[in-house]
Design a binder for this molecule. Structure first.
Ligand code: NDP
Ligand code: 8X3
Length: 252
């Protein structure tokens, strides 16, 4: 029988490809994001193709009250969650700290840190009740190596890594696993979101780089989830072949 996999931010990029990878593996999905039309399309496509159960719901992870109201109801409707992939996240702006928009800073902190906390804090008690579960958090090489003009984004991803470690410590007596996935440059709509819709600026980020593709990361997330019960992968860092640290990339 397939596992129940809850993925946040499933409408695009890494989250979308991760949903596809788990569906291909025969797992059932609980998917959320803000764009309900895209979720509905995914539900239909994945159920038709892979004959798995796909439940979708609109959720803004920064909305604490909505997380508290909707997530328990959705979990109870599918019985339980085996795996939570905290993928919803974004960067906003690429500016020197002194020029950065405080609104952008708050959006990154609210989404990447507080949103992940709201969802994890709600899901974890359900996992603890069954003494089994796996939380997989999307960190980034940006959380390991700060880069110019990315101080707040990098800080949010460093926080993801530290939160994962802290939750792993606090659940040590149970069979809960916690994994941080730390990708380098992955070609997704991430940069278009970062540059507030400026497609030209976004395309320049990936020009001359054989960037990671979202399905590369999805494969690795699926691998981490498929280890025997005794095996807990704490962190995986994945870079493009042309990449050496967070922003050190040899462009061709
Ligand atoms: P995308 O922009 O393609 O996808 C981001 C996803 O997050 C979308 O599905 C979006 O859905 C969702 N999302 C954003 N804000 C919210 C919110 N408030 N509530 C619910 N869902 C939300 O980017 P990526 O796939 O590249 O990014 C996915 C994760 O991977 C992020 O955490 C990112 O930081 C991380 N990452 C990305 C890397 C890259 O180079 N691309 C490298 C390392 C890590 P919707 O708009 O429908 O809500
Ligand atoms: C997102 C990718 O290149 O901004 O984590 O570090 S990057």
């Amino acid at each position: 029988m397939g596992r129940n996999v809850f993925i946040t931010g499933a409408t695009s990029g890494i989250g979308r490809e991760t949903a596809i990878a788990f569906a291909k593996n025969g797992d059932n999905l609980l998917l959320c994001a803000r764009r309900k039309d895209k979720l509905d399309e995914m539900k239909q496509g994945l159920e038709d193709l892979y004959k798995v159960d796909v439940t979708v719901f609109e959720l803004d992870v920064t909305d604490r009250a909505a997380v508290a109201e909707k997530v328990p109801a959705m979990i109870e409707s599918i019985d339980h969650v085996d795996i939570l992939v905290n993928n919803a996240g974004l960067a906003q702006g690429l500016d020197a700290f002194e020029d950065s928009s405080i609104d952008d800073m708050e959006t990154m902190i609210d989404t990447n840190v507080k949103g992940l906390l709201y969802v994890s804090r709600t899901v974890l008690p359900y996992m603890l009740k069954r003494n089994i579960g796996h939380i997989i958090n999307l960190g980034s090489t940006a959380g390991i190596y700060a880069y110019a003009k990315g101080a707040v984004y990098c800080a949010t991803k460093a926080a993801v890594k530290t939160l994962s470690d802290g939750i792993r410590i606090d659940t040590i007596e149970s069979d809960i696993k916690v994994t941080t996935i730390q990708p380098g440059i992955v070609e997704t709509p991430f940069s278009e979101v970062r540059f507030h819709g400026d497609k030209e600026k976004a395309a320049a980020v990936y020009a001359g780089v054989d960037a990671l593709q979202p399905e590369d990361i999805a494969d690795i997330i699926l691998f981490a989830s498929n280890r025997p019960r005794r095996v807990q992968i704490s962190d995986i860092t994945i870079m493009a072949n042309q990449q050496a640290t967070g922003f050190m990339i040899a462009k061709k």
